[in-house]
Design a protein around this ligand. Structure first.
Ligand code: PLP
Length: 359
């Protein structure tokens, strides 16, 4: 039996995609082997990775002067790759809106002068700071954001004013959840295990002029974007099976109507949950309403014992992985693309029942 899985990541994937992968497990399209078993240089695999790139380009409307790379090491690997590839002046501006942004910032400090130009740490990252007029160093190589903060449930609704500097965004937990204007970014990247596929794959979308041989001394060959871009993500063996699943998810999103449709679907789900949180006497959301994420919804009862009781009873009722991040406590419902509306509706019904019994 499938449960309603509210995990923040690795997270729920479309059931159709899993079923298709299962059907193709032993014999992928007459090759007599699984995608896991085939050469990454084979004709069959070439079609898989090329198709995946074509589909994500179409979904995100990625201009021709951007490269799409399917890499390994997860999002965290890019915390180092970003400064290694971009820090020509050894300076960058970081906006600290949660743990992932902070980790990226700390990593960048090992390679140059990473400057924290804004932060919402003062209120446990429960809001997005005003980024309309930041004090960005003139010679900063880029401005860095974590666009959707998986742990705290905030999202940048407007991108920061970078004052002409290159914008770099970690979009791990909002990847393909709504349309984006790629031209506003220099680099967009995300680990795929939140909204797109299996853990380990990270997709990097970078403007061509930012992909150069002029990287920090000592940058490993594998972390140099130019190596990967010049070889169409096939410099070495890529995470073949993971990319194959991502490709299936891209096709699923296209079938669902693309990113506009995803956005409508995600807004509808989030509204059900936020409306309930706003009306509940027991549960409350922890995020400033204007900055609420469509993907990750943290909430609390204000009583740790009651939180634990809720998580326990919810799990027993088939709503799993609702425990909040270990650094925040409370609960968090991650309602990514693949979470069906009825999953959220039933969760809210369950929360109402719990409130009636414990309020
Ligand atoms: C999960 C997550 C990461 C870390 O991803 P890994 O693939 O485990 O390295 C980084 N950034 C954000 C926003 C995330 O949600």
């Amino acid at each position: 039996m499938r449960v309603y899985n509210f995990s923040a990541g690795p997270a729920v994937l479309p059931e159709e995609v899993l079923q298709e992968a299962a059907d193709e497990m032993l014999d992928y399209k007459g090759t007599g082997m699984s995608v896991m078993e085939m050469s990454h240089r084979s004709k069959a695999y070439d079609a898989i990775i090329k198709d995946a790139e074509k589909d994500i380009r179409e979904l995100m409307n990625i201009p021709d002067n951007y490269k799409v790379m399917f890499l390994q090491g997860g999002a965290s690997q890019q915390f180092a790759a970003v400064p290694m590839n971009l820090m020509k002046n050894k300076k960058a501006a970081y906006i600290i809106t949660g743990q992932w942004a902070k980790k990226a910032y700390q990593e960048a400090k090992m390679y140059g002068d990473a400057v924290a130009v804004a932060s919402s740490a003062d209120k446990t990252f429960s809001y997005i700071p005003d980024c309309s007029d930041l004090d960005i160093p003139e010679d900063a190589d880029y401005v860095y954001i974590c666009e959707n903060n998986t742990i705290y449930g905030t999202k940048f609704k407007t991108l920061p004013n970078t004052k002409g500097h290159t914008l770099v965004a970690d979009v791990s937990s909002c990847f393909l959840s709504e349309p984006v204007d790629v031209t506003k970014y220099g680099v967009i990247y995300g680990g795929v295990q939140k909204n797109v596929g299996p853990a380990g794959v990270v997709i990097v979308i970078a403007r061509e002029d930012l992909i150069t041989d002029d990287v920090l001394p000592g940058t490993p060959t594998m972390l140099k974007w130019k190596t990967q871009a010049d070889n169409d993500s096939l410099y070495n063996t890529p995470p073949c099976y993971g990319i194959y699943i991502c490709g299936k998810v891209f096709k699923w999103i296209k079938k669902m109507g693309g990113l506009e449709a995803m956005k409508a679907h995600n807004e509808k789900k989030a509204k059900i949950l936020y409306d309930f949180l706003d009306s509940s006497k027991l549960f409350k959301g922890t995020v400033e309403p204007k900055d609420r994420s469509l993907m990750n919804v943290p909430f609390v009862t204000g009583n740790e014992e009651l939180d634990a009781k809720f998580v326990k009873e919810a799990t027993a009722a088939g709503f799993v992985n609702l425990k909040g991040h270990r650094t925040v406590g409370g609960m968090r419902a991650s309602i990514y693309n693949a979470m069906p509306i009825e999953g959220v509706e039933k969760l809210v019904e369950f929360m109402k029942k719990f409130e009636a019994e414990n309020g």
